[in-house]
Design a protein around this ligand. Structure first.
Ligand code: FAD
Length: 497
């Protein structure tokens, strides 16, 4: 960029794993970077699920450019096959990375980006738009609002801060805002910091995904110690087969074991399952809340003390209102990426490696990366995000060839190894990659059993769990596959499709 704009930094929104990796790639390319993080410390979102163990071993959790910044400081790459918790990821990787000589002066915490626009131009103005710097408006921790100018913006602010509401129709249930004190968030630390909130209480878990499963299993463990704990699990669908995984036949023994544990907990009555439930209203009543639900049998009213709403996340698009975006209207991901990850058809982690071109918007120089780039799709993986920002940095540096040369360096086995992870006495968890097997699987499998996932040229990992290991990020087909295994849209857009 030969205009004065070219001397401005690239602003990176969010100091999560992908935002910090973006800064590392930008600096390596000789571009100035400024990372703006809303939280008081880097990795603010990951800290919220510090108690959850990832399914990706360390070798896929560390970005290559970040490692190149860290290595000269004496940092040692954690055991590549070890499985970190969210807390490990922050302490052993994100904090040392943000503290490097290169990133420390370029990372501001307590800096929430509240809007992004073009200097002097609202969204309707076209003339000279591409040459204008970006205006990034930031609310600082003390409340002061300041504007930064940027040559480009990479929004890696994630989706953790925007959980989907409990109510059906994508809107909060009536009374949901007033019931906020009873809502514990998607992944409460049931066995740790938030134990007292759950022990001996009536708990409702809503959702059929990995977060719900993690919380349910942790609540079952809590109920062993505090028997008065009552656990109710409500899902919208008529079946929870997908949440149980493939059991003994699952390509991933760890996932199968967790699914089997959940099934046992339901069948033994330790978890009270309610299917075909949609929450229509919440009515706080003293120290408890009445959950009003619609079911095929009519309206039901359930009185509980606390609710864990594991209903997924959505991106905050409000801050991007003044930018010209090309987003898929359903998935809210960049239009070219959305068909590859649309949860309606495609709930596996498989996505071809992609970079600047797929992530580009009509607003030249603006990109979403990381979890936010996936919009409402739940299957994002760190390795994908690291490749996104490598490509974006190359594009911004004018290296067209490197920007286009996208690849995901994942092996045929390992990330989703079929071997059962081993937990050592010190709590270290490792997987045996030599055991072979793959989570890629064929598209056929045990009847009715969800199939494991893949990404790019190799297998993939998924979200982890608290007391042990978590589930993969997805199954072979999306919601449509669950509804109808014979749906041609499901198969044509499925994994490796
Ligand atoms: C429980 C769980 C387990 C997971 N396990 C795995 C796994 O095993 N393997 C894997 O590959 N992936 C996993 N993921 C998915 C994904 O890799 C993580 O969510 C990862 O943290 C995404 O990184 P990110 O940088 O895109 O976003 P985040 O980690 O969410 O970081 C975004 C940052 O932006 C900040 N921010 C937000 N809004 C603003 C704003 N307006 N201004 C400034 N800053 C802002 C946030 O505070 C945060 O620090 C998991 C996710 C979860 C939730």
């Amino acid at each position: 960029m030969n205009t004065p704009t070219g001397r401005l930094p690239v602003v990176v929104v969010g100091a999560g794993p992908v935002g910090l990796a973006a800064a590392a790639h930008l600096l390596e390319r000789g571009l100035e970077a400024l990372v703006l993080e809303a939280g008081e410390r880097v990795g603010a979102a990951v800290r919220q699920w510090h108690h959850v163990r990832l399914f990706s071993p360390w070798r896929y959790d560390v970005d290559a450019a970040a490692a190149r910044l860290l290595t000269p400081t004496g940092w040692e790459h954690p055991e590549p096959t070890g499985l970190p918790t969210g807390g490990d990821l922050v302490e052993r990787y994100l904090e040392p990375l943000a503290a490097t000589e290169a990133l420390a002066p370029r990372t501001r915490t307590g800096a929430r980006v509240v809007a992004v626009s073009r200097v002097g131009l609202d969204k309707t103005r076209s003339r000279g738009r591409d040459e204008r710097p970006f205006l990034v408006r930031v609310q600082q921790a003390g409340g002061t609002v300041v504007d930064h100018h940027a040559r480009a913006v990479i929004d890696a602010s994630g989706t953790w801060g925007q959980p989907n509401p409990l109510g059906v129709s994508g809107l909060p249930a009536l009374g949901e805002d007033e019931a906020a004190p009873f809502l514990a968030g998607p992944l409460p630390d049931v066995l740790g910091a938030e134990r007292d909130r759950f022990a001996g209480r009536r708990v409702l878990v809503v959702g059929a995904g990995h977060s719900a499963t993690n919380t349910l299993l942790n609540l079952v463990a809590l109920a062993d110690e505090a028997p008065a704990t009552r656990v109710v699990w409500a899902v919208r669908g008529a079946s929870v087969t997908r949440s149980y995984g493939g059991g003994d036949l699952d390509g991933l023994p760890a996932r199968g074991a967790l699914g089997a544990r959940l099934r046992d907990a339901v069948e033994s009555g330790r978890v009270e399952l309610r299917t075909e439930v949609t929450v229509s209203a919440l009515e706080p009543r003293g120290g408890e809340v009445v959950v009003v639900a619609r079911t095929p049998a009519g309206e039901q009213r359930l009185v509980v003390d606390v609710i864990a709403a594991a209903t997924g996340f959505r991106p905050d698009l409000g801050v991007l209102r003044e930018l010209r975006l090309d987003l898929d209207p359903g998935v809210e991901a960049p239009a070219r990426l959305a068909p590859l990850i649309d949860p309606e058809f495609h709930s596996c982690g498989t996505v071809p490696p992609h970079g600047a071109d797929v992530l580009a918007h009509p607003e030249s120089g603006f990109f979403t990366a990381g979890t936010k780039s996936y919009g409402r799709a739940p299957t994002f993986l760190l390795a994908t995000g690291y490749e996104q920002v490598r490509s974006i940095a190359a594009h911004l540096a004018g290296d067209v060839e490197a920007a286009a040369d996208v690849r995901l360096d994942l092996p045929e086995t390992g990330v989703c190894s079929s071997s059962t992870p081993a937990v050592a006495a010190d709590g270290t968890v490792e997987i045996d990659e030599s055991a072979g097997g793959s989570c890629c699987g064929s598209t056929t499998g045990p009847a009715g059993a969800p199939q494991p996932i893949t990404v790019g040229a190799g297998p993939v990992v998924g979200a982890g769990a608290g007391a042990g290991l978590g589930f993969s990020t997805g199954f072979l087909r999306g919601r449509s596959g669950e509804a109808s295994a014979g749906d041609p849209r499901a198969t044509s857009r499925g994994c490796r499709g």
